[in-house]
Design a protein around this ligand. Structure first.
Ligand code: TYD
Length: 206
């Protein structure tokens, strides 16, 4: 069976993932590569419903454990319904966030047990691991300037200290599995970031 590639983008809120994903999409289109993009939490009708629960600022009573399990449930549904079949049909799958977001946000940010979260997510994804992951690394102070303060969701409302912990968490995740990660300095200009990503993609897609 031909197998596609799973490419994930990670980083704190405001790191510029969505902009870079759009650029990558137009490049893949030009190269006539069959791709599809999903964002987490979301991507299936059930996962989008779970997303609403997770991001709604009304749901402040949601416990950290429920939060972690809901992200994993949304992911399980996305993998089963979409990502697996897409990879099996040979597509390049781009995912705006994946497991590493749970480890960084719920593990290092909310301080839930990292090993347990890894196990829960292995169950959720049936062991699927991205082929490559771009970490768009930016200082939380700079990322915050990019977030529209009138549209802050439940996760973003926690504040800058939370994002500092998440950033450190991402660094730890890279240390634990360096092979699939590409660390990108997202404080650079959009063009420089785009060029760096393109070079890596060329190697992987070849
Ligand atoms: P979203 O608006 O998609 O943010 P972004 O554009 O930065 O990706 O909201 C997703 C939020 O959920 C974001 O704050 C990160 C958080 N999140 C987790 O805490 N754990 C997870 O496993 C995932 C996928 C996201």
């Amino acid at each position: 069976m031909i197998k596609g590639k799973l490419i994930t983008f990670e980083g704190i809120d405001g790191s510029g993932k969505s902009t870079q994903i759009k650029k990558l999409e137009s490049r893949l289109k030009k190269l006539k590569i069959n791709y599809i993009t999903y964002r987490e939490p979301g991507g299936t009708s059930l996962s989008e419903k779970i997303r609403q629960i997770l991001l709604d600022k009304e749901n402040m009573e949601l416990s950290y454990i429920s939060e972690g399990l809901l992200f994993a449930a949304a992911r399980a549904q996305l993998v089963k319904e979409k990502i697996r079949p897409d990879l099996d049909s040979g597509k390049v799958v781009i995912c705006d966030r994946f497991i590493d977001s749970t480890i960084a946000y719920q593990g290092y940010g909310r301080e839930l047990d990292v090993q347990k979260l890894v196990s829960i997510n292995e169950i959720a994804t049936e062991g699927l691991i991205p082929d490559i992951t771009f970490l768009l690394d930016i200082k939380p102070e700079n990322a915050f300037k990019r977030i529209d303060s009138t549209e802050i969701d439940r996760m973003e409302s926690v504040g800058i200290k939370f994002f500092k912990k998440i950033r450190k968490g991402y660094f730890q995740i890279i240390k634990d599995s360096p092979e699939r990660f590409f660390l990108i300095n997202a404080d650079q200009s959009e063009l420089l970031i785009e060029n760096e990503i393109n070079e890596i993609i060329d190697e992987v897609i070849k």
